[in-house]
Design a protein around this ligand. Structure first.
Ligand code: DOR
Ligand code: ZN
Length: 430
């Protein structure tokens, strides 16, 4: 099976070229390539060709909450969003704390076949925060788990975190921390600041995140370990990352599209769709996060795609479940917040959405250069397109998007996984 992608600009640079994909690889790049017999042609004149996106942080809800998402619907959302690999967080029911669950997630993802679904293993049994899981068993299983996180909750006990970092270092796997000192966020539902105070919402202070980031970079230094910080959300976290990287500490970090674009001024209408953890911060934090992503202090974009059902969101703000959809809107939010203002080039988009995430977890076949002989994990983006977001028209089983009715720039027009078209013009091919 072969696919000819016609008229694209690699990384949005240089002349238009045709890219011939054969046997799962990029076979040829050149002007006016002929289409071999039986070849599928993707016409994309002037569009941008990028390596397929890699999401280090997504919640696919299988097993346990399939009424909000499952591996099939989540994979469709990922493919439509331009992703060729996603990391599915461990806070499922049962928790992904054993090879039984992690191998199921991997195998189900392969069966669906739209995106590589890499399970994230839990750091502690049942996300309980006390007993380390058998990370080695999950790493050695069919899924070959390479990232571990209790995301949803913080590994709060410093001794448990220290042991996790030491154990992970021995195995060559990555610990990703949801940085939230739980004693500082008891009852919190929104960013602690003037807006939450005026609205009568209990506050989640920046220092709850920053105190854990500070502690954990020191623990990582002490253990000679690698550490990844999930969903950085404050200007102070940016300062800490800058400091830690300058010390040579092996820390990486992600930022979500919603923390790049949105801030807590939205909370005035108490809409449960705006509840997320960590919370939307102040405009100055969002500006600092955008600059940090541009500067490389924050390494990559990760969606924290967190589907929730209508009844879990359309309720009092304080009881709404935290989390927002992200897979199908991520590219457009990055275009709006980073590309349009000139903070990132298209080549930089490849870096923050594909290359760095693949490097951080060590995926050998993702985030590769657009060159002959490389695996054809590819995303085609129409930079001139714009679209109106409608939650109920997304492929995700849930509709909890904070961008409802917004017009966003840029659209993924095709995604290829190992040379197979997994999404095209907003649809999953039959
Ligand atoms: O908003 C969030 N939702 N933050 C998390 O850390 C977990 C996630 C979820 O699982 O819904
Ligand atoms: Zn989290």
């Amino acid at each position: 099976m072969s696919v000819l992608i016609r008229g694209v600009r690699c990384y949005g640079e240089g002349d238009r070229v045709d890219v011939l994909v054969q046997d799962g690889q990029i076979a040829e790049i050149g002007a006016d390539l002929g289409a071999p017999a039986g070849c599928d042609v993707v016409d994309a004149p002037g569009q941008v060709l990028l390596p397929g996106f890699v999401d280090l942080h997504t919640h696919l809800r299988e097993p346990g909450r399939e009424y909000t998402e499952d591996i099939e619907t989540g994979s469709a959302a990922a493919a439509l969003g331009g992703y060729t690999a996603v990391f599915a967080m461990a806070n499922t029911d049962p928790v992904a704390d054993s090879p039984v669950v992690t191998d199921h997630v991997w195998q189900r993802g392969q069966q669906v076949g739209l995106v590589d679904v890499h399970p994230v293993g839990a750091v502690t049994v049942g996300l309980g925060g006390t007993q380390l899981t058998e990370m080695g068993m999950m790493a050695a299983g069919a899924a070959g788990v390479r990232m571990f996180s209790d995301d949803g909750v913080c590994v709060a006990d410093p001794l448990v975190m220290r042991r996790a970092l030491e154990y992970a270092t021995g195995l060559g796997v990555l610990i990703a921390q949801h940085a939230e000192e739980p004693r500082l966020t008891v009852g919190s539902v929104a960013h602690e600041g003037p807006n939450a105070a005026r609205l009568g919402l209990a506050g989640w202070p920046r220092v709850a995140e920053e105190s854990i980031v500070a502690r954990d970079v020191l623990l990582a230094r002490d253990a000679g370990a690698r550490l990844h910080i999930c969903h950085a959300s404050t200007a102070g976290t940016v300062e800490l990352l800058k400091w830690a990287k300058a010390q040579g500490i092996s820390v990486t970090a992600e930022v979500t599209p919603h923390h790049l674009m949105l801030d807590d001024s939205r909370l005035a209408d108490y809409d449960g769709r705006d509840r997320v953890n960590p919370p939307l911060r102040e405009a100055a934090d969002a500006a600092a996060l955008r600059q940090a992503l541009a500067d490389g202090v924050i390494d990559c974009v990760a969606t924290d795609h967190a589907p929730h059902a209508e009844h879990e969101k359309a309720c009092e703000f304080a009881v709404a479940r935290p989390g927002m959809l992200g897979l199908e809107t991520a590219l457009s939010v990055v275009v709006a917040t980073m590309v349009a203002p000139g903070l990132l080039s298209w080549r930089d988009v490849a870096r923050v959405m594909s290359e760095r995430p693949a490097q951080i977890v060590g995926l050998p076949d993702q985030g590769r250069p657009l060159e002959v002989g490389e695996p054809a994990n590819l995303t085609v983006v129409d930079p001139e397109a714009s679209w109106v977001v409608a939650g109920d028209r997304l492929a995700s089983r849930s509709a909890n998007t904070p961008y409802e009715a917004m017009t966003l720039p840029g659209a993924v027009t095709a995604t290829l996984l190992r040379g197979r078209v997994t999404a095209r013009d907003g649809k999953i091919p039959a």
